[in-house]
Design a protein around this ligand. Structure first.
Ligand SMILES: [Zn+2]
Ligand SMILES: [Zn+2]
Length: 664
């Protein structure tokens, strides 16, 4: 089955050519170029050539002298053998890293399942960043050395609804010096197949009609014909471009949301051709530079592990809080019950905001709930910063923002009339202490404080005092201006009702004004410090592609360091090429996690260089970074899904199950 030879100081075991029958059409396949000498060959010949390519032998990675083991692996699409690659992989690499490589070069970055099937075992990767992720069969954290051998053929599938199937074959194993710094090296790849336009049958196509493609391979269009098709369709339906996707050199082309690779160009060029254009090319980042960047931070795992074990509020947390007196609570409950009598929800919607301006004080914003007969209450936002969280929440659907993220940003004091099961034990105890007896649905009055980074919690002494003041003012507003509010029912979406109190002559005014939307403009982040901006601008351009994201932890954590339970944000950076989580940090409650993420990106620029591309799946982060990236000449790209959360979950599982060696 296999042969072993000794060639120029390396020991090579490889598969005999006769055994290619298992890999049927490989011989006829589309040609590709050799990374080292540029020779143009079909995959079968390429495999044989690579074993003895002299130019490959000459290339030595000087920094590592010891002998190591490497596999040459042929990868082909099962359905379309025109698409193939040959990679060299260090035998100590984990299977997961091949998965990362395949996702990055061929498959896209969707949140979906991928499976290697080797012998009769399935090695699965389940994405989603779920901390409770359970491995149904095997994880992908196995080193290749232990599971692969020369001649082995195995399968890989990617996707859940639209599956892409891939075949892999271990062609050879060599023991020798390292050619490159990377553990996975692309040695050769098919030349992009030429597609002829199905309409004019003469031009080269650059588009695929995904609807036709789902049942017919003849679905490619040239620019001209695409334009014609679209202008005809324009009269029939508005969303005419939705089914046109660019052609990429990948078996995933035209399927799902596949957007091509940010890292690998469709056309594979041999090294010497790349070198000619090296001058303007971004610098390659050495592994040790990335490692250093990664190590210049604390490890979040021990903190997370400690948090995992604490589910109950410790007394220490509770004792730090200044609790309201019974009298203070009573006053708040009384004013809230008076507010209820106005039944303001019968004439005002929750998105119709009433603001209260008093000179020298923070503007207060009120939203009255109950018009939809689902939830009755009043939300109070203190100041513009808190009100911004209402705006973001209100726009979240239009902006397609992740719901969990927006919800955990919310910052306000809430008063509700709910059902007994909506209340926390704390909130029920308060009611008992005050001697109220509520019965039935929508009768239980309770108050909650929402604060960024903290879990929703009952009010402390200060918050009760604030809320009492705000509700007393709302009572005055409803008394004085009920008619004005009723008349404002038809105000525009970008307007709010403004009540102004002028202390000097004890005068109250009511008017409609525009919500100062520019104050809430999402893309206002700039690097204001000129010196810093210049320093960052001068950083070398590197070829890194970074995925960045902010993830709310979705869990209530009791840590006695904080005054009440927290729901922290994690923010992090993934290096796209290696799939490595190079930064993950926990934001302190109340901190602006967007600012923290920007700081971390700046640290990357200082320590590593200006990345070529930054990718995110969150519109808010995208807006926040847009000016900065423009100034620093970094390509910013909004993606459909983010891998930071997945990688973070993966890292936690990895630490728990595998040990202390960092991932990758
Ligand atoms: Zn060669
Ligand atoms: Zn055409």
């Amino acid at each position: 089955m296999t042969r072993i030879i000794k060639l120029r100081g390396k020991i090579i075991e490889f598969k005999k050519m006769g055994d290619f029958i298992m890999f049927t059409n490989v011989e006829k396949g589309n040609q590709g170029l050799c990374k080292y000498c540029g020779k143009k060959l079909a995959p079968k010949e390429m495999l044989a050539h690579l074993v003895k390519c002299e130019k490959r032998d000459e290339k030595i990675y000087a920094a590592k002298k010891e002998m190591e083991g490497f596999f040459d692996i042929l990868i082909t699409s099962k359905e379309m053998e025109d698409y193939w690659m040959i990679i060299e992989v260090n035998e100590k690499t984990m299977l997961k890293e091949i998965d990362t490589f395949l996702r990055e070069i061929w498959l896209g970055n969707e949140q979906c399942l991928s499976i290697f099937k080797i012998k009769n075992l399935k090695y699965k990767y389940i994405s989603g960043g779920n901390l409770l992720y359970v491995e149904p069969e095997q994880s992908m954290y196995h080193t290749l050395k232990n599971i692969l051998s020369v001649g082995e053929t195995f399968d890989y599938t990617y996707g859940e609804n639209k599956i892409t199937e891939i075949k892999l074959m271990v062609f050879s194993h060599r023991i020798g010096r390292r050619h490159e710094e990377e553990d996975i090296v692309l040695l050769s790849r098919n030349i992009p197949p030429e597609r002829i336009c199905y309409k004019c049958k003469k031009n080269n196509a650059s588009w695929v009609d995904t609807i036709i493609y789902s049942f017919d391979d003849d679905a490619f269009l040239c620019d001209e014909c695409k334009e014609k098709v679209e202008s005809n369709k324009l009269f029939i339906q508005m969303e005419y471009t939705e089914n046109m996707l660019p052609i990429y050199n990948s078996p995933r082309m035209g399927i799902g949301d596949y957007e091509g690779s940010d890292f690998y160009t469709d056309e594979f060029k041999p090294d010497f051709e790349n070198k000619e254009r090296q001058k303007n090319k971004p610098k390659k980042v050495e592994k040790k530079t990335l490692k250093k960047f990664k190590n210049n931070q604390y490890d979040v795992y021990p903190i997370m592990k400690e948090w995992e074990s604490e589910y109950t509020v410790s007394e220490k947390v509770e004792s730090k809080r200044e609790l309201p007196t019974k009298e203070a609570w009573m006053e708040l409950y009384e004013v809230a019950e008076r507010i209820k009598k106005f039944k303001a929800w019968e004439y005002v919607y929750e998105f119709q905001i009433i603001s209260l301006k008093v000179k020298g004080e923070e503007t207060i914003f009120y939203s009255i709930l109950g018009e939809d007969e689902k939830e009755y209450g009043v939300d109070v936002y203190e100041g513009y910063d808190d009100f911004k969280t209402f705006i973001v929440n209100d726009y979240s659907e239009a902006l397609d923002l992740p719901k969990g993220y927006v919800k955990s940003l919310k910052s306000n004091l809430a008063c509700r009339w709910g059902n007994v099961e909506d209340l926390s034990k704390d909130q029920r105890d308060t009611i008992k202490e005050l001697g109220f007896k509520y019965k039935g649905k929508g009768k239980w009055l309770y108050f909650t404080s929402f604060e960024k980074g903290y879990s929703p919690y009952s009010l402390d002494r200060d918050e009760v005092a604030h809320m009492t003041k705000h509700l007393k003012n709302l009572e005055i507003i409803l008394e004085k201006f009920e008619d004005n509010i009723r008349e404002s029912i038809n105000m525009d979406f970008d307007e709010l009702m403004c009540v102004e109190y002028i202390k000097d002559n004890n005068e109250w005014k009511f008017y409609i004004e525009k919500i100062p939307l520019e104050e809430y403009s999402l893309s206002n982040e700039k690097i204001k410090d000129k010196n810093k901006l210049n320093r960052l601008k001068e950083a070398p351009k590197v070829e890194s592609v970074l995925d960045v994201d902010i993830i709310p932890l979705k869990r209530t954590i009791n840590d006695e360091k904080y005054i009440k339970p927290i729901t922290p944000f994690i923010y992090g950076i993934v290096d796209a090429k290696s799939g490595d989580l190079i930064s993950s940090k926990i934001a302190e409650p109340g901190a602006d996690v967007g600012d923290l993420l920007v700081e971390e990106i700046e640290r990357f620029i200082d320590e590593v260089g200006r990345p070529r591309i930054i990718r995110t799946a969150n519109e808010l982060i995208n807006s926040k970074l847009s000016l900065i990236c423009e100034n620093l000449d970094i390509n910013l790209s909004l993606k459909k899904s983010s891998r930071v959360g997945k990688k973070f979950g993966e890292y936690m599982v990895y630490k728990k199950e595998i040990g202390n060696t960092p991932l990758n």
